[in-house]
Write a protein that binds this ligand. Structure first.
Ligand code: ZN
Length: 211
């Protein structure tokens, strides 16, 4: 059906010259990406409704940054938050090596022990809304970064339990907060499983039969 009236997302990519990329480890060409939602009539943009995304992207590795001077790709903080949040939820907040392993394998960036401890303290002390945090962070994160966050959520969950409905629902809700479809989330999970879950060690509870 031809859409006469409605909202559409328009992307803009502007060359901004070379910037230092933390992933590539050197100066690379960057683009400033914006996605804006417009109210349209007969496909003509009438009114800017809101901005969906705004980030700087390295054209070599495809990682997104929240600003021109960011030290880390914009997803790295969210990857670490999701790992800390999920491990805490399963009572595995002392599994420092596991958290570090997942963070490194998913994002290629080290998670410091102090970061994990600080995040664990924050999540246990206050009623932090992780979904709201992801929703806000998503503004500066591209699809490459969002995929890493879902990989981290899945791996942290998979390491702690045999995934049941509510565990998968939590991952889906995180995907939804990032603006991802369930199909995309499922595809990410499938791909991580097909890669032997990147060899991440599991810390499943020992059942009475095993002990
Ligand atoms: Zn790069």
């Amino acid at each position: 059906m031809f859409l006469l009236v409605g909202e559409r997302v328009y992307s803009q990519a502007q060359d901004i010259g070379n910037l230092e990329c933390a992933v590539c480890g050197k100066s690379e060409p960057f683009r400033h990406i914006t996605e804006t939602n417009y109210f349209c009539l007969f496909g003509i943009r009438l009114l800017k409704v809101n901005q969906y995304a705004n980030y700087y992207r390295c054209e070599r590795c495809g990682n997104s940054y929240s600003s021109e001077s960011s030290d880390l790709p914009s997803q790295v903080e969210s990857v670490q938050e999701v790992i800390a949040y999920i491990l805490l939820g399963y009572g595995k907040y002392e599994e420092i090596d596991l958290a570090k392993d997942i963070a490194l394998k998913v994002s290629n960036f080290e998670m410091q022990v102090d970061t994990l401890k600080d995040l664990t303290r924050q999540f246990s002390a206050s009623n932090v809304d992780i979904l709201e945090q992801l929703r806000r962070a998503a503004f500066h994160i591209n699809l490459v970064g969002k995929q890493q966050i879902i990989e981290a959520a899945f791996l942290a969950t998979h390491a702690c339990c045999e995934i049941q409905f509510e565990d998968k629902t939590r991952i889906n809700l995180m995907g939804n907060a990032l603006g991802l479809s369930i199909e995309f989330v499922n595809q990410v999970v499938k791909s991580v499983r097909a890669n032997d879950c990147y060899g991440v060690r599991r810390v499943l509870p020992i059942s009475p039969i095993d002990s």
